[in-house]
Design a protein around this ligand. Structure first.
Ligand SMILES: Cc1cc2nc3c(=O)[nH]c(=O)nc-3n(C[C@H](O)[C@H](O)[C@H](O)COP(=O)(O)O)c2cc1C
Length: 194
């Protein structure tokens, strides 16, 4: 899925893998893409099949200059992604958070998350859903596991207060994309000093 070994990344701009799940917030993912591009990052976006229903793929491909992958490649196809400096999964669906914590890899997004965790890459995850969905006990357990494994999970009322079911359209514009970007950028500073 990715090429290169940790510590052997070729010189060049920092690489961000932006992984996008199935949520209306995916429509705003260009905000993070633009922040990263404006500071010289090379951004590779990957959407889950459900994320692809929300993400504006032509727009993201146009500004990043890279095709947006949505599925594992066919074994006969080439096209691995470059090794990331930082991985961001935003919006992270409850489905992907729970499956990631359980080690399931049945989408390309989950495969990249599993591999990135295994490599010890810095990962910033911002779950997004309504409060009732997030109240399922499995979700809190998954978040706790991911944090224990070193993932920066931006979750809690101090980050963003989840909406009422069916009312996300009222508050989605308040999602703190700038805060997500600051977390991503700060992790590059730690792991890839200039
Ligand atoms: C209109 C719509 C909005 C949704 N919004 C969310 C959401 O904000 N957060 C979430 O976790 N799931 C949401 N879902 C459910 C996910 O899309 C669903 O669980 C899907 O399987 C996630 O797949 P993925 O984790 O591979 O992206 C929504 C579904 C629909 C149809």
């Amino acid at each position: 899925m990715t090429t290169g070994e940790p510590g052997r990344k070729p010189p060049g701009p920092p690489v961000l893998h932006l992984l996008v799940c199935g949520s209306p917030l995916a429509r705003d993912a260009h905000k993070l893409v633009r922040s990263a591009l404006s500071e010289g990052w090379d951004v590779w976006a990957v959407a889950s099949p459900d994320g692809a229903k929300f993400l504006d793929i032509p727009a993201v491909e146009s500004i990043t200059g890279h095709a947006v992958r949505t599925r594992y490649r066919h074994p006969s196809e080439s096209g691995d992604l470059p090794l990331a400096d930082v991985v961001a999964v935003v919006p992270a669906s409850c489905n992907t958070v729970n499956k990631w914590a359980a080690g399931i890899c049945d989408t390309l997004v989950l495969g990249l998350l599993a591999e990135s965790l295994g490599r010890g890459l810095p990962i910033v995850a911002a779950p997004y859903t309504n409060w009732a969905h997030a109240a399922h006990p499995a979700f809190a357990e998954s978040v706790a596991k991911l944090r224990e494994w070193g993932v920066c999970v931006l979750y809690g009322d101090d980050f963003y207060r989840f909406h009422e079911p069916g009312r996300g359209y009222l508050t989605q514009h308040l999602f703190p994309w700038q805060r997500v970007w600051e977390e991503v950028a700060s992790r590059r500073a730690v792991t890839c000093p200039p």
